[in-house]
Design a protein around this ligand. Structure first.
Ligand SMILES: Cc1cc2nc3c(=O)[nH]c(=O)nc-3n(C[C@H](O)[C@H](O)[C@H](O)COP(=O)(O)O)c2cc1C
Length: 344
C-alpha cells in the first residue's frame, strides 16, 4: 500500500481514463519537481546494469510504448527508476486516432482496454522534441509504425539518429492496415527495406498468440528477425477483445490477465531463438515477483504500462529492489547471471 494506491489512484480513477492521462501529462511537465524526487525512485546498483544489443541500461525495467506517444514527458519519466523508455508509437503524419471513448478500466482485474488507434502529433513534432531534449539520462527507444513501408522508412530514418534504438510496432490491434506486417512475406519486405539503414539496435514488437496456428506464424516472424539481423523482440502487445464501452466496440486488453500468456510466449521464443536473441517481456508485469519470473523465463528486460497506471511511480523501485534482493540472496554477481528456468 502506498500514497499512490491509497490516495492518488482513487482520485485519478474518478476521472475518465483519457482525462486522467492528460492530468498526468500536465504533472509531468513540472520537470524540476520530478528531478528533485528522483532519489526517492532510484535504485543505483551495478548489479542491475545490463546490455541489450549494445545499449547500456542502468536496470532492466522499461516503460512500454504508448504512455508517452508524443515524446512530451521523457525528461520527467526518466527520473522514476526506469532503466529505459520506449517513446511513441510515432507515425509519419499527425492522426486523430479512433473516436472516444477509447480507453476503459477494469479495476477488479487490474487491466485496461484501449482502442486509441495511434493518436499522434506525427513524426515532425516527435523529432523536434527529441532534438530539443538532450538531457534524458536513460536510453530511449523510439517506437514507430506505419501503414506502408515508406511510412516506416521515413520514421526510421528520422528517429533512429535521435534514439538509442528503435522498436517496430506491427502489433497494435487498433489500427487497420498495420497488421499486414504480421504476415511473414510483408514483414520480410519491411525488414529488407530497413536493413541498409540500420545503425542501432532494432526490436520488433509482436502481438501475443493464443493457439497453435498463431504460434507458428509468430515464430516465423522471429525467424525473419534472425535472418535480417533484428536484435530482438518485445513480447507482446495487447490482446484483441470486444468491449461495448469503447466507441468502436473493440480494443486491446492490457494488464494482469496478459501475464501468464506473456510468460509462456517468452519461454517459447527463448527456446526457439536461442540465447543471443534479445527478448523484452511485456504484458501484465506489476510487481518484483512478476518481473523476476519473466527474467527467469528468458527475458533480457521487462516493459510495463498498465502496472504503472495501477501501482504508480514507486513500482520501479520495488521491482529493482526485489531483483537485487534475489541477486544478493542467491550470491549472483549480476543480472545477466540470473539462472533461466531449466530446459529453456
Ligand atoms: C492506453 C494504451 C496505449 C498503448 N499504446 C501503445 C502504442 O502506441 N504502441 C505500442 O507498441 N503499444 C502500445 N500499448 C501497449 C503497451 O505498450 C503494452 O504492450 C501492453 O499494454 C501490455 O503491457 P502492460 O500489460 O504492462 O500494459 C498501449 C497500451 C495501452 C494500455
Amino acid at each position: 500500500m502506498s500514497i499512490y494506491t491509497n490516495l492518488i489512484r482513487p482520485l485519478l480513477f474518478t476521472l475518465p481514463p483519457e482525462r486522467a492521462q492528460k492530468l498526468a501529462e500536465v504533472a509531468f511537465q513540472a520537470k524540476p519537481l520530478w528531478k528533485t524526487l528522483r532519489p526517492f525512485f532510484q535504485v543505483d546498483d551495478e548489479r542491475l546494469h545490463t546490455d541489450v544489443g549494445g545499449i547500456h541500461l542502468p536496470n532492466p525495467i522499461g516503460l512500454a510504448a504508448g504512455y508517452d506517444k508524443d515524446c512530451r514527458m521523457i525528461e520527467s519519466l526518466s527520473n522514476l527508476g526506469f532503466g529505459y523508455i520506449v517513446a511513441g508509437t510515432v507515425v509519419a503524419e499527425p492522426r486523430q486516432g479512433n473516436p472516444r471513448p477509447r480507453i476503459a478500466r477494469n479495476p477488479s482485474e487490474h487491466s485496461l482496454v484501449n482502442s486509441l488507434g495511434f493518436p499522434s502529433h506525427g513524426l515532425k513534432a516527435a523529432a523536434d522534441r527529441l532534438k530539443r531534449n538532450t538531457s534524458r539520462g536513460i536510453p530511449l527507444l523510439a517506437s514507430i509504425s506505419g501503414l506502408s513501408i515508406e511510412d516506416f522508412s521515413h520514421c526510421y530514418q528520422t528517429l533512429q539518429p535521435l534514439a538509442s534504438g528503435v522498436e517496430l510496432n506491427i502489433s497494435s490491434p487498433n489500427t487497420e492496415g498495420i497488421r499486414m506486417f504480421q504476415e511473414p512475406p510483408q514483414l520480410e519486405e519491411l525488414l529488407s527495406a530497413l536493413k541498409p539503414s540500420k545503425e542501432k539496435p532494432l526490436f520488433l514488437k509482436l502481438p501475443p498468440y493464443f493457439d497453435e496456428a498463431q504460434r507458428s506464424r509468430i515464430l516465423e516472424l522471429v525467424d525473419m528477425c534472425l535472418k535480417y539481423g533484428v536484435d530482438g523482440v518485445t513480447a507482446a502487445n495487447t490482446r484483441p477483445v470486444e468491449d461495448d464501452r469503447l466507441a468502436v466496440g473493440r480494443g486491446g486488453l492490457s494488464g494482469k490477465p496478459l501475464y501468464p500468456h506473456m510468460l509462456r510466449i517468452v519461454r517459447e521464443i527463448r527456446r526457439h531463438a536461442g540465447d543471443k536473441f534479445i527478448i523484452n517481456a511485456c504484458g501484465g508485469i506489476s510487481s518484483g515477483e512478476d518481473a523476476l519470473s519473466a527474467l527467469q523465463a528468458g527475458a533480457n528486460t521487462v516493459q510495463l504500462f498498465t502496472g504503472f497506471i495501477y501501482e504508480g511511480p514507486g513500482l520501479m523501485k520495488r521491482i529493482n529492489r526485489h531483483i537485487l534482493n534475489f541477486i544478493e540472496r542467491e550470491g549472483i554477481l549480476s543480472l545477466g547471471a540470473i539462472p533461466r528456468e531449466s530446459g529453456d
